[in-house]
Design a protein around this ligand. Sequence first.
Ligand code: ADP
Ligand code: MG
Length: 629
Amino acid sequence: MAKEQRTFQAEVSKLLDIVAHSLYSNREIFLRELVSNASDACDKLRYAALTDDSLLDGEADFQIRLSVDAEAKTLTVSDNGIGMSHDELVENLGTIARSGTQAFVEGLSGDEKKDSNLIGQFGVGFYSSFMVSDSVTVVSRKAGEDAAWSWTSDGRGEFTMDEAQKDGRGTTITLTLKEDAVEYLEEMRLRTVIKTYSDHIAVPVILEGTQGAEGEEAEDQTLNTASALWTRSKSEITEEQYKEFYHHAAHAFDEPWLTLHNKAEGVVEYTNLLFVPASKPFDLFDQERKSRVKLYVKRVFITDDCEDLLPPYLRFLRGVVDSQDLPLNVSREMLQDNPVLAKIRTGLVKKILAELSKKAEKAPEEYATFWDNFGAVLKEGIYEDFANKDKVVELARFHTTKGDDMRSLADYVADMKEGQEAIYYITGEDLDSVSQSPQLEGFKAKGIEVLLLTDPIDEFWLPAAGTYQEKEFKSATKSGVDLDQVDGETKDGEDKAEDKPDTPALDKLIAQFKVALGETVKDVRPSHRLTDSAVCLVADADDMDMNMSRLLRRHQRLDQETPRILELNPGHSLVKKLTALAEADQSKALIDDAAFLLLDQARIVEGDPIPDPAAFSRRMALVMEKGLG
Ligand code: ADP
Ligand code: MG
């Protein structure tokens, strides 16, 4: 095959354009990215060689080598890892192969300064080399193959592929440095950058000695510690090193919120170096719910796609787990239903939940940010992990009607009113609208706390949670909530019974409403929960919660709306007036219209559509006209 010119995928061109003109001040991270890729390439070959050691071809010492040519102004990074074939070079370095980089492109705003900062936030991997280079040449030979290929580009829209000569397997990347980036030819600079970002890399990073002026050979020097970070003892590792390792292992660029570095000894032996990120990874709510934690066996990388290592509800964790007890020749398939792995998983889950619990207790404010990021994911554990359900429930934090602070269920129960039997909650789409729900009026008046639940997942864990400290969970938007039993701190002192119309008169109004509304409602009842609003809708005690059915209908899982109960507030002046009319057998048609209008009003407050907007407008106009005299 002869030389061929190819154009970058449009997104890559866009990205390269930003990278080349970037104002990003941490340009040195290009080296971290290249070393990180080289180390991944060594890991991949080491794993592949477990089943086919001919791939190593007698050369099992993995290395990453840096060399500089001061005259040519080039810096070369080479590795003897797995290498890339022709097609892999084209695919990996010509398209956006990785979703993290995709997220970078999607995040672009067009504002140069902001976009430059995104480089730090998402990382742009290999392409970051164009921050410091006028041109980049990659020569690669895949392990087990004879052909080598070169990939060259100046980062402006095109790259060239050509046949190449290369002695061993692996990848050699040569950067022709920009005029303002010649600092990366200096030994001191390279040493500092490698120490800062790549010390934790388990493969040695070697700087090749250059010939001095007098012609004497300088020695090669290893710049990093070159032992896997997690095998070192905690006291020897700095925060900075943990952070850089997290960046490498997680392909993330924020700070770790929590670092869990432990050695488990006992039934099974393993080391974990896990991180909880400080911000939400972009793929947190992917359908696959995959864990990204890397599994190593005796320091050999096995996979970062192991379903059984951690349950999906802990998929926000990043980092590595290294096992002593799995066989080195374990294949990814053998990991399914593996009893050793199951024990490791049990141990990890226990440890992680315990650490989260500690943090919740010691640093509630920091914990609140964690909960904000990952609470919705962690709550999946309440119905997916029966053994740890109670612990996860304890870790949950809630917004409630009590104020801005996040509350635990323990807080809630401790503050329950005399006579209060249940834990009340309301579910909906967002805090603002749920907290304004008319169904909460009576609770607020009596000072009864209600949990405000706004994650879609809440509808699913609630039924699984059962009870908490023997208290049932009850929806505030269902019938059968008896607030009269609860000894609340009624705002105006006592029940405003004298303001409420006589029961027989109210019964008459209700009877007429029922006839008018027919099948559209399940029942019409006087309300015990309303104080300010005239009406509200509630679900019958055994029916599906209203928010749940809304969710299901939106996802086409439910085609019919269940009829609801319309509650009337007997103390509301409008209801009182209607009651008087009904008692006097007057204005029958007006009462019928009022029944429909009030039902529609209740629907609007729920955020539900009005089934017949034309009829609604007609009635509304009629009633307004009457009101105007
Ligand atoms: P990422 O490392 O996050 O996947 P990069 O842009 O850094 O993204 O690299 C893109 C891909 O190019 C890598 O996933 C890998 O497949 C390939 N690659 C890059 N450098 C090397 C290398 N030195 N050896 C083998 N493959 C490499
Ligand atoms: Mg990379």
